[in-house]
Structures are given as C-alpha cells and as structure tokens.
Write a protein that binds this ligand. Sequence first.
Ligand SMILES: [Zn+2]
Length: 263
Amino acid sequence: MKPVTSSSGRQQKERSVGKNSATRCAFTLVELLVVIAIIAILAALLLPVLGRARESSLKASCLNNHRQIITSTILYADDTDGAYPPRTRGMDQGHPCWPGRLLRYYSNIGLLVCPSDRKIPPPASGTRQVHPADVAPRSYMINGWNDFFLAPKRMPFNDQILFDKAIRETDLDEPAGTIVYGEKNADSAHFFMDFMEGEGNAWQELVWNMHNRNSQAREEGNRGGSNYSFADGHAEYIGYGGTFNPVNLWAVLEQFRHLAKGN
Ligand SMILES: [Zn+2]
C-alpha cells in the first residue's frame, strides 16, 4: 500500500508542480506584457517632455550666443566713437564684414552658430583671401539699417548706397526696441537683413521660427519663434511674426517702424 500511496502522491505532486509551473509561466508572461505596456506609456509621455527640455536648452544656448555677439558689438562701438561695423562684403582680409571685425571682442567663432541650426558653412568667396570668421558657419544676420540710410535719399534698395555705411548708437532712438541681430537660413551666406530689398531676398533669408516649432518645416502654421538681440544689449525670444507686427523692430525711423511687412 505504501508504494502505491507514494506513487499516487508523487503523481499528484507532479501534477501540482506542473500546474504551479504553468501558472507561474503564464503570470510571468502577463507581467512582462504589463511592464512593456507601462514602459511604452511612460516613453510616450516622457519623450515629448524630454524633446521640449532639449529644445529649451538649445534656445537658451542660442540666446547666450546673441548676448555675447551684441556685447561684442557694443564694445566695438565703444572703440569707434559709437559706430557699428560698416557695411562691407567681407571679400578680403583687409575689409572684413561684421563677423571678422567683431571677432577680437567675441573671440569664439563657434558663437556664430545657433545650436538648433544645421551647420552648413556659407560658400567661400573667389580666390581672394577672406577673414576666417566671414566664411565660418553662421546662423545670424545683422540689421542692414535700410530705412535709415535709404529713406532720406528717397531711394529703393540699393547695395551701392549702403556700402561702407555704419550706423551709430546715437542714431537709434529706441535701442531697447531695435533689433541688431536675427537668425537666418543655414544655407544663406547673407550678412545683412535688408527689409527693403523685397520679396525673394532678406525676408526669405530670415528664419522666423528657428526654435519651438511643432515640426521641422519652417512654416507659419508650425509657429515657434526665433531669438533676437537688441541695440541696448538685451536678447530675447520672439514668436513667429512678432518682429514685424505690430511694430517693425528692424526699422529705425518712426514711419517705417509702423509699416506692416510688404508695405
Ligand atoms: Zn537660435
């Protein structure tokens, strides 16, 4: 009787173990699926937050670039009786454009690139020797001061008239509301934001939403904004279109500051 009991007990025990084992396996699988589901939900929740945090840090880094470049411009003006860098084409080492002229004040060519921008260097020009800062990768454009120099002559946009002109700090009545630097397309080699140059030129070179876009496309529907630095030395983020409406912050003269884009 004892072996029979023992065999029956063993079979029962084996069935029991098999059942427990099956139960444990099934439970582990469900548990694994639950864990995977929780990880997927957490990832879906956290990735946009991490993306926004990353973009926020890139935007702050770009603002820091702006602050250093506008500070270097003010230091330059301190040494030139208040004159900003003159408008030159940066075509030779002896007459550099603003990135080359200001380099001794901002020191680091890397500051010319917004960290949210694609780093494509503008094309190097011709065979003549150019200042390295003038052909370095660059995300920023300086104000071309179009209305200030062209309106008194009642002239449309004309690069020859603007050539070698330098605006002075005392020419700017509203330094805290006058943009000196904005952000441009990475593949544009333009140095100057010429708002009187018309469609197809500076308007399209300027990027109105380098930061905080809803997608990669730089269209109005994706909103976002860009960073700008002003003549009083401050830098700030302004949403899409906010630099032209209600006030054209690129203009110097009162009558041009209140013209909407395209007028
Ligand atoms: Zn930027």
